[in-house]
Design a protein around this ligand. Structure first.
Ligand code: ACO
Length: 460
């Protein structure tokens, strides 16, 4: 495939200093000026790059709630207004008018493809969908009961042991090869994790199918029968992939950037993103939504669980609700909700879980606790219900997310490598441990116990 370079078009706007902030130390009266910056859209920010060098002072921001860790021109989110744009195009428009391959091209190269570019990109991706035979045999080292995300982390990480021709991150051609390979092979790797758990043979990817059709075919075909693609279902898969394709500097993308900042190879970086995505506070939430609906059981129990979610002494949270950035309806959830109804209609599914989910959504949206904290359903709330109706086992939900998000991870990884301000990611800390002390010999030590507080999701 011919692309001028692996970088996107020039940024629409250069981030320029716009005034200063004055930082004053009230204990000494000392002041420093820090430049204010604006991007093309969004919040103003304080540029603290030189703060430590100038003053020896660090900033403290657990969970990076107030920190922009990089420059980017890939995705823009306005969490208060519920806006999500990829390269300037709204997610609603992309979901309605585009397809996943086109969205991948847009994220990777900064512009929608021309018809020739689209054909060439599609065919290049199709040329990389097969897995190396030895890599297919790799699966037999896993337990049949292994979680498919565990298999994904292992197999994607292992790609670097198979494709030595694309791990030199300084070579633009190799970067592009790795990018296309990863996008192409993720559905195959994911579907094989499922087939392996069933003890079924691995189906071959087929070039007559689109990306999403192929994914369905590899997941659900049976070698003894013909497989017929349902266009509503393949369109739903395509939408799910588009809606998950990128989401700015979320936990897994930041993990990929951090891993990549040390110069790690692309396959290792994407494996680290998959590992981060697996957590229930991130991509694992779609699986957790279904488990939660199982736990709630019936519509008459919803009130009880809404109360549990509000109880500070109870670790229960409403899975699929809330978002670090969206303090309004997640625009992806709106599209996903629509798709959810389409799929259920086509499949003629009358799932009591959907009724339960709708009641949960209705009550939560009217409840003062959720209104005050701006907790709305997020994309994972509906994606799990759609995937379940289509026959995906719960354990595959986060795999689907990982397949869709791979292009976002790679686009950010490439952008990071092309950023001249890029440095190895190395946060600092607020140290609260012991000050220097003398070593105590073993026979002189008494028993000591330290109290530890665990995050909510570890308390479950
Ligand atoms: N149910 C009940 N209460 C909640 C929920 C929830 N789902 N989410 C947040 N809250 C409450 C918190 O208890 C906290 O209350 P407090 O201010 O009284 O202490 C307040 O809302 C803020 O919550 P934080 O955890 O501080 O918000 P944060 O931005 O760090 O977390 C997160 C966002 C992790 C998504 C959170 O809302 C959550 O855990 N949701 C459930 C898991 C989920 O659906 N994750 C998917 C995220 S979307 C994605 O990855 C595609």
């Amino acid at each position: 495939m011919n692309t001028k370079s692996d970088t996107a078009s020039e940024p629409a706007i250069e981030s320029a200093p716009v005034g200063n902030f004055i930082l004053t130390d009230s204990s000494t009266g000392e002041s420093w000026e820090l430049p204010a910056r604006t991007g093309a859209m969004g919040n103003r920010l304080i540029d603290i790059k030189t703060l430590y060098g100038q003053t020896g002072i660090l900033t403290y921001d657990p969970g990076f709630t107030s920190t922009a860790s990089c420059k980017s021109d890939i995705t823009f989110i306005d969490g208060n207004k519920g806006v999500l744009l990829h390269r300037g195009y709204s997610i609603e428009e992309l979901a309605a008018k585009s397809d996943y391959m086109e969205t991948c091209y847009l994220l990777l190269y900064g512009e929608l493809p021309t018809p020739e570019q689209k054909t060439s990109f599609d065919s290049d991706i199709k040329s990389h969908t097969l897995l190396h035979e030895q890599l297919s045999r790799f699966y037999s080292g896993f337990m049949r009961s292994a979680h498919p995300m565990a298999i994904m982390v292992g197999v994607v990480g292992a790609l670097s042991a198979f494709y030595h021709d694309s791990i030199d991150i300084t070579d633009v051609e190799q970067r592009q090869l790795a990018a296309h390979r990863l996008i192409a092979k993720m559905p195959t790797i994911g579907a094989y994790a499922y087939k392996y758990s069933l003890g079924m043979p691995f189906p071959m990817p087929r070039n007559e199918y689109s990306y999403s059709e192929n994914l369905l075919q590899m997941m659900f075909s049976n070698p003894a029968e013909d497989y017929e693609i349902n266009p509503v279902l393949s369109r739903a898969i395509d939408r799910i992939l588009i809606l998950h394709a990128d989401h700015e500097q979320n936990a897994s993308t930041s993990t990929v950037r951090l891993a990549g900042s040390s110069g790690a190879n692309p396959y290792a970086c994407i494996a680290s993103g998959i590992a981060s995505l697996w957590g229930p506070a991130h991509g694992g939430a779609n699986e957790a939504v279904l488990k939660m609906l199982d736990e709630i059981g019936t519509v008459d129990q919803v009130g009880k669980y809404i109360k549990k979610a509000q109880d500070k002494n109870d670790s229960f949270r409403l899975m699929g609700f809330g978002h670090r950035v969206y303090k309004s309806y997640d625009p992806r959830a709106t599209v996903m909700r629509e798709t959810c109804h389409e799929v259920l209609q086509v499949l003629d599914v009358n799932d009591p879980k959907l009724e339960l989910a709708m009641e949960l959504e209705r009550i939560a949206l009217e409840d003062p606790y959720f209104i005050e904290k701006k907790l709305y359903p997020n994309v994972d709330f509906y994606s799990g219900i759609i995937l379940k109706a289509m026959g995906f086992p719960t354990s595959m939900f986060t795999v689907m997310f990982a397949i869709g998000r791979t292009v976002g991870w790679i686009s950010h990884w490439k952008e990071m490598l092309n950023d001249d301000e890029q440095k190895i990611g190395r946060p600092r800390q607020l140290y609260l441990g012991e000050q220097q002390r003398s070593f105590i010999p073993l026979d002189k030590r008494g028993h000591t116990e330290k109290k530890t507080s665990w995050p909510w999701f570890w308390g479950k």
